[in-house]
Design a binder for this molecule. Structure first.
Ligand code: AMP
Ligand code: MN
Ligand code: MN
Ligand code: MN
Length: 280
């Protein structure tokens, strides 16, 4: 099935509205869609309404920022009740501190002569509670400091670079519980993107599973074909269902468009088989 269960709108760090994303998903042949804004479910009702009008089956979604072993890990939630108060409160707390972090990022960049980045980044922000590194990256590209967003991350926004400010996000257990208690499924996002040692990665998967996590992204816009093979094996090893999502953010920035991913390997259990009764 052409499921695409990971993408971002203007409610977090994407550049399209939930309505335009729904149309794009439908036009690209997506058969099951989820909008997964970072630490936010504020776009869920709009996405659901737009999907319904297009006859596009929909799962609610979010992508929660988690700190695990001193690194940031992303946990996707699918098929939950987006009005659940423990979840919406938990996400509100997870979003907290982003403005202060952004101001510190701006101070770091000012020290290397790049001034007023906080104000610059704010121009790209669609949700005042969700200023992210991506908005800084867009500002630095549009002002000619870098030629694309990955150059901005490499030179300025990753650990050890002038605009990097470490941040404490949600705990793994909390994120998994918020999603699960709201009736949904927790999924480890793009596992190949973390810089874990084999022991740390084993700990992430074991603890995730112990807390009630049930899925892992195998096919994602941020995995190579070798990485997909590797995490297909990990899914089998840990008895996790497999997910598929482009992580689409913007027509100008994203390499992989909605609905254009390789198929999920056939030996895996797709997350949507376990979420059949949560599809709207
Ligand atoms: P934040 O939640 O503010 O730390 O921002 C994280 C977001 O930055 C991710 O969700 C991606 O959209 C984006 N991002 C992270 N690393 C890169 C990179 N190397 N190139 C482009 N975008 C990135
Ligand atoms: Mn993002
Ligand atoms: Mn992510
Ligand atoms: Mn994402």
């Amino acid at each position: 099935m052409n499921a695409d269960l990971h993408c971002h709108s203007v409610i977090s760090d994407g550049t399209l509205t939930p309505e335009v994303l729904a149309e794009r998903a439908k036009a690209n042949g997506v058969e099951l869609w989820a909008l997964t804004d970072h630490d936010e479910v504020g776009g869920q009702q709009r996405a659901l309404t737009a999907a319904r009008a297009l006859g596009l089956p929909y799962l609610t979604g979010t992508e929660i920022s988690v700190t695990f072993a001193n690194q940031t890990v992303h946990i996707v939630g699918l098929g939950f009740d987006h009005l659940n108060t423990a979840l919406t409160e938990g996400l509100r707390r997870t979003r907290g501190g982003r403005s202060e972090r952004a101001q510190e990022m701006s101070e770091g960049l000012a020290k290397v002569g790049i001034l007023n980045c906080y104000e610059g980044a704010l121009k790209y922000v669609g949700n005042p509670e969700l200023i992210s590194r991506t908005h800084f990256a867009r500002h630095l590209v549009d002002t000619g400091v870098c030629s694309d967003t990955s150059e901005v991350f490499r030179k300025f926004l990753t650990e050890g670079k002038p605009g990097y400010v470490p941040h404490r996000w949600a705990r793994l257990q909390e994120a998994v519980q918020w999603i699960t208690d709201a009736g949904g499924m927790a999924v480890i996002a793009h596992p190949a993107r973390y810089g874990f040692t084999p022991n740390e990665e084993y700990a992430l998967f074991s603890e995730f599973k112990a807390h009630g996590g049930r899925g892992v992204e195998v096919i994602t816009g941020s995995h190579s074909s070798q990485e997909a093979v590797r995490y297909a094996e990990t899914a089998l090893e840990f008895g996790l269902a497999a997910s598929r999502g482009s992580d689409f953010h913007s027509p100008d920035e994203s390499r992989i468009d909605l609905g254009t991913l390789p198929w999920l390997p056939s030996q895996l259990t797709p997350v949507w088989e376990l979420l059949a009764d949560r599809i709207q």
